[in-house]
Ligand binder design. Structure first.
Ligand code: PGA
Length: 249
Protein backbone atom coordinates (compact mmCIF):
# COMPACT_ATOMS: atom_id res chain seq x y z
CA UNK A 1 0.00 0.00 0.00
CA UNK A 2 1.31 3.45 -0.96
CA UNK A 3 0.91 6.36 1.38
CA UNK A 4 -2.56 7.56 2.23
CA UNK A 5 -3.71 10.49 0.13
CA UNK A 6 -5.72 13.69 0.51
CA UNK A 7 -6.58 15.35 -2.78
CA UNK A 8 -8.20 18.77 -3.04
CA UNK A 9 -10.40 19.57 -6.03
CA UNK A 10 -10.77 23.31 -6.45
CA UNK A 11 -13.25 22.85 -9.34
CA UNK A 12 -13.97 26.19 -11.11
CA UNK A 13 -12.69 28.26 -8.20
CA UNK A 14 -9.52 30.22 -7.64
CA UNK A 15 -7.50 33.09 -9.10
CA UNK A 16 -3.97 34.29 -8.49
CA UNK A 17 -5.09 35.82 -5.20
CA UNK A 18 -5.78 32.31 -3.87
CA UNK A 19 -2.21 31.11 -4.35
CA UNK A 20 -1.66 32.29 -0.77
CA UNK A 21 -3.66 29.24 0.33
CA UNK A 22 -1.07 27.01 -1.31
CA UNK A 23 1.79 28.93 0.23
CA UNK A 24 0.19 28.42 3.66
CA UNK A 25 -0.23 24.69 3.01
CA UNK A 26 3.37 24.42 1.83
CA UNK A 27 4.58 25.95 5.10
CA UNK A 28 2.26 23.83 7.27
CA UNK A 29 3.08 20.57 5.48
CA UNK A 30 6.81 20.63 4.81
CA UNK A 31 7.18 16.97 5.85
CA UNK A 32 3.76 15.27 5.71
CA UNK A 33 3.34 11.55 6.43
CA UNK A 34 0.58 11.32 3.82
CA UNK A 35 0.45 12.36 0.16
CA UNK A 36 -1.18 15.73 -0.52
CA UNK A 37 -2.41 16.90 -3.92
CA UNK A 38 -4.22 20.06 -4.99
CA UNK A 39 -6.05 20.14 -8.32
CA UNK A 40 -6.58 23.82 -9.16
CA UNK A 41 -8.23 25.17 -12.31
CA UNK A 42 -5.87 24.79 -15.29
CA UNK A 43 -5.16 28.53 -15.27
CA UNK A 44 -3.34 28.23 -11.93
CA UNK A 45 -1.62 24.91 -12.44
CA UNK A 46 1.81 25.98 -13.53
CA UNK A 47 2.02 28.91 -11.10
CA UNK A 48 0.99 26.64 -8.26
CA UNK A 49 3.52 23.99 -9.25
CA UNK A 50 6.18 26.70 -9.45
CA UNK A 51 5.28 28.19 -6.09
CA UNK A 52 5.46 24.77 -4.43
CA UNK A 53 8.91 24.23 -5.93
CA UNK A 54 10.61 21.24 -4.34
CA UNK A 55 8.00 20.92 -1.59
CA UNK A 56 6.18 17.61 -1.11
CA UNK A 57 2.68 18.85 -2.00
CA UNK A 58 1.79 17.85 -5.56
CA UNK A 59 -0.55 19.46 -8.07
CA UNK A 60 -2.96 17.84 -10.49
CA UNK A 61 -5.37 18.61 -13.31
CA UNK A 62 -9.15 18.22 -13.09
CA UNK A 63 -9.55 16.55 -16.50
CA UNK A 64 -7.59 15.80 -19.66
CA UNK A 65 -8.30 14.92 -23.27
CA UNK A 66 -7.65 11.37 -24.45
CA UNK A 67 -5.46 12.55 -27.34
CA UNK A 68 -1.92 13.87 -27.05
CA UNK A 69 -2.47 17.01 -29.16
CA UNK A 70 -4.49 18.29 -32.07
CA UNK A 71 -7.60 20.20 -33.11
CA UNK A 72 -9.59 20.08 -29.87
CA UNK A 73 -10.43 23.65 -28.96
CA UNK A 74 -10.56 24.29 -25.24
CA UNK A 75 -9.13 20.91 -24.27
CA UNK A 76 -5.88 20.07 -22.50
CA UNK A 77 -3.86 16.90 -22.96
CA UNK A 78 -2.26 14.79 -20.26
CA UNK A 79 1.16 15.70 -21.68
CA UNK A 80 0.33 19.39 -21.28
CA UNK A 81 -0.68 18.86 -17.65
CA UNK A 82 2.56 17.01 -17.03
CA UNK A 83 4.49 19.80 -18.71
CA UNK A 84 2.76 22.37 -16.47
CA UNK A 85 3.96 20.50 -13.39
CA UNK A 86 1.06 18.14 -12.67
CA UNK A 87 1.62 14.67 -11.26
CA UNK A 88 -2.04 13.68 -10.98
CA UNK A 89 -5.27 14.20 -12.90
CA UNK A 90 -8.86 13.76 -11.72
CA UNK A 91 -10.92 11.85 -14.30
CA UNK A 92 -14.59 10.99 -14.59
CA UNK A 93 -15.77 13.36 -11.86
CA UNK A 94 -19.57 13.25 -11.72
CA UNK A 95 -19.70 16.92 -12.69
CA UNK A 96 -17.84 16.10 -15.92
CA UNK A 97 -19.95 13.00 -16.49
CA UNK A 98 -23.08 15.17 -16.11
CA UNK A 99 -21.98 18.48 -17.68
CA UNK A 100 -19.91 17.04 -20.53
CA UNK A 101 -21.58 13.69 -21.14
CA UNK A 102 -18.47 11.71 -20.25
CA UNK A 103 -19.03 7.97 -20.47
CA UNK A 104 -17.05 5.22 -18.75
CA UNK A 105 -15.37 4.49 -22.10
CA UNK A 106 -14.23 8.11 -22.40
CA UNK A 107 -12.94 8.09 -18.84
CA UNK A 108 -11.02 4.90 -19.56
CA UNK A 109 -9.44 6.43 -22.70
CA UNK A 110 -8.45 9.52 -20.70
CA UNK A 111 -6.93 7.31 -18.00
CA UNK A 112 -4.85 5.52 -20.63
CA UNK A 113 -3.64 8.91 -21.88
CA UNK A 114 -2.82 9.99 -18.32
CA UNK A 115 -0.82 6.82 -17.71
CA UNK A 116 1.06 7.26 -20.98
CA UNK A 117 2.01 10.79 -19.91
CA UNK A 118 3.21 9.54 -16.54
CA UNK A 119 0.34 10.98 -14.50
CA UNK A 120 -1.52 9.22 -11.72
CA UNK A 121 -5.24 9.12 -12.59
CA UNK A 122 -7.76 9.72 -9.81
CA UNK A 123 -10.79 7.98 -11.33
CA UNK A 124 -14.12 9.01 -9.81
CA UNK A 125 -17.31 7.00 -9.59
CA UNK A 126 -20.48 7.04 -7.55
CA UNK A 127 -24.23 6.56 -7.60
CA UNK A 128 -27.06 9.10 -7.83
CA UNK A 129 -29.65 9.41 -5.07
CA UNK A 130 -32.23 7.64 -7.25
CA UNK A 131 -29.82 4.73 -7.80
CA UNK A 132 -29.05 4.56 -4.06
CA UNK A 133 -32.76 4.54 -3.19
CA UNK A 134 -33.43 1.85 -5.79
CA UNK A 135 -30.79 -0.37 -4.16
CA UNK A 136 -28.54 -0.21 -7.23
CA UNK A 137 -25.44 1.32 -5.66
CA UNK A 138 -23.12 -1.69 -5.78
CA UNK A 139 -24.15 -2.56 -9.34
CA UNK A 140 -23.63 1.03 -10.49
CA UNK A 141 -20.21 1.55 -8.91
CA UNK A 142 -19.10 -1.97 -9.87
CA UNK A 143 -20.01 -1.27 -13.48
CA UNK A 144 -18.22 2.09 -13.44
CA UNK A 145 -15.14 0.49 -11.89
CA UNK A 146 -15.01 -2.24 -14.53
CA UNK A 147 -15.57 0.11 -17.47
CA UNK A 148 -13.62 3.23 -16.40
CA UNK A 149 -10.33 1.62 -15.36
CA UNK A 150 -7.90 0.60 -18.09
CA UNK A 151 -6.15 -2.79 -17.99
CA UNK A 152 -2.85 -1.09 -17.21
CA UNK A 153 -4.08 0.30 -13.88
CA UNK A 154 -1.60 -0.20 -11.03
CA UNK A 155 -1.21 1.06 -7.49
CA UNK A 156 1.35 3.58 -8.79
CA UNK A 157 -0.70 5.08 -11.61
CA UNK A 158 -4.30 4.81 -10.41
CA UNK A 159 -6.39 6.01 -7.47
CA UNK A 160 -10.15 5.37 -7.27
CA UNK A 161 -12.45 7.91 -5.62
CA UNK A 162 -15.91 6.85 -4.47
CA UNK A 163 -18.09 9.95 -4.58
CA UNK A 164 -21.83 9.44 -4.15
CA UNK A 165 -23.32 12.20 -6.32
CA UNK A 166 -25.88 13.09 -3.66
CA UNK A 167 -23.10 13.77 -1.14
CA UNK A 168 -21.10 16.19 -3.31
CA UNK A 169 -21.42 19.77 -2.15
CA UNK A 170 -24.57 18.98 -0.17
CA UNK A 171 -23.31 18.49 3.37
CA UNK A 172 -24.89 15.01 3.28
CA UNK A 173 -22.58 12.10 3.93
CA UNK A 174 -23.35 8.37 3.70
CA UNK A 175 -23.26 6.41 6.94
CA UNK A 176 -19.93 4.82 7.84
CA UNK A 177 -21.54 1.43 7.12
CA UNK A 178 -22.54 2.57 3.65
CA UNK A 179 -19.01 3.83 2.94
CA UNK A 180 -17.53 0.57 4.25
CA UNK A 181 -19.88 -1.49 2.08
CA UNK A 182 -18.99 0.34 -1.14
CA UNK A 183 -15.26 0.49 -0.42
CA UNK A 184 -15.25 -3.21 0.44
CA UNK A 185 -17.01 -4.00 -2.84
CA UNK A 186 -14.59 -1.80 -4.80
CA UNK A 187 -11.59 -3.50 -3.17
CA UNK A 188 -13.04 -6.92 -4.04
CA UNK A 189 -13.70 -5.80 -7.63
CA UNK A 190 -10.12 -4.54 -7.98
CA UNK A 191 -8.69 -7.77 -6.55
CA UNK A 192 -10.75 -9.89 -8.88
CA UNK A 193 -9.41 -8.00 -11.90
CA UNK A 194 -5.87 -7.04 -10.91
CA UNK A 195 -4.97 -9.71 -8.35
CA UNK A 196 -3.16 -9.03 -5.12
CA UNK A 197 -1.55 -5.86 -6.58
CA UNK A 198 -4.98 -4.26 -6.25
CA UNK A 199 -4.44 -4.14 -2.50
CA UNK A 200 -2.20 -1.12 -3.15
CA UNK A 201 -4.66 0.86 -5.28
CA UNK A 202 -5.79 3.67 -3.04
CA UNK A 203 -9.53 4.13 -2.50
CA UNK A 204 -10.57 7.66 -1.59
CA UNK A 205 -13.95 8.72 -0.24
CA UNK A 206 -15.31 12.04 -1.56
CA UNK A 207 -18.47 14.06 -0.90
CA UNK A 208 -18.81 16.67 1.85
CA UNK A 209 -15.63 15.69 3.69
CA UNK A 210 -15.07 18.41 6.31
CA UNK A 211 -12.75 18.93 9.28
CA UNK A 212 -15.47 17.65 11.63
CA UNK A 213 -16.27 14.36 9.87
CA UNK A 214 -12.87 13.45 8.37
CA UNK A 215 -11.54 11.44 11.33
CA UNK A 216 -14.50 9.06 11.47
CA UNK A 217 -14.46 8.55 7.69
CA UNK A 218 -10.71 7.80 7.80
CA UNK A 219 -11.42 5.13 10.39
CA UNK A 220 -13.48 3.11 7.89
CA UNK A 221 -11.86 -0.01 6.46
CA UNK A 222 -10.56 0.38 2.87
CA UNK A 223 -10.69 4.17 3.04
CA UNK A 224 -7.19 5.32 2.07
CA UNK A 225 -7.87 9.04 2.05
CA UNK A 226 -10.25 11.63 0.65
CA UNK A 227 -11.08 13.71 -2.39
CA UNK A 228 -12.16 17.05 -1.00
CA UNK A 229 -14.00 19.83 -2.85
CA UNK A 230 -15.29 22.83 -0.88
CA UNK A 231 -13.12 22.22 2.18
CA UNK A 232 -9.93 22.24 0.07
CA UNK A 233 -10.27 25.90 -0.91
CA UNK A 234 -9.03 27.31 2.40
CA UNK A 235 -5.90 26.00 4.06
CA UNK A 236 -7.60 26.44 7.44
CA UNK A 237 -10.23 23.84 6.40
CA UNK A 238 -7.92 21.57 4.43
CA UNK A 239 -5.14 21.31 7.02
CA UNK A 240 -7.33 19.71 9.73
CA UNK A 241 -8.43 17.09 7.19
CA UNK A 242 -4.79 16.28 6.44
CA UNK A 243 -4.12 16.13 10.20
CA UNK A 244 -7.04 13.72 10.64
CA UNK A 245 -5.56 11.40 8.00
CA UNK A 246 -2.13 11.52 9.65
CA UNK A 247 -3.75 10.72 13.00
CA UNK A 248 -5.40 7.65 11.47
CA UNK A 249 -2.00 6.10 10.66
P1 PGA B 1 -17.29 18.45 -1.85
O1 PGA B 1 -16.83 17.96 -3.31
O2 PGA B 1 -16.19 18.08 -0.89
O3 PGA B 1 -17.44 19.94 -2.00
O4 PGA B 1 -18.56 17.76 -1.54
C1 PGA B 1 -16.17 16.73 -3.46
C2 PGA B 1 -15.83 16.51 -4.91
O5 PGA B 1 -16.66 16.83 -5.79
O6 PGA B 1 -14.73 16.01 -5.24
Amino acid sequence: MGRKLVAGNWKMNGTNADLKEIEALGIAWAAPRVDIVICPPATLLSRMAFSLGGQPIRVGGQDCHAKESGAHTGDISAEMLKDAGARYVILGHSERRADHGESDAMVRAKAEAAHKAGLTAIICLGESLAQREAGETLDVVGGQLAASLPDGATAANTVVAYEPIWAIGTGKVPSLEQIAEVHGALRAGLKERFGEDAEGIRLLYGGSVKPDNAAEIFGVENVDGALVGGASLKSTDFSPIISALESSL
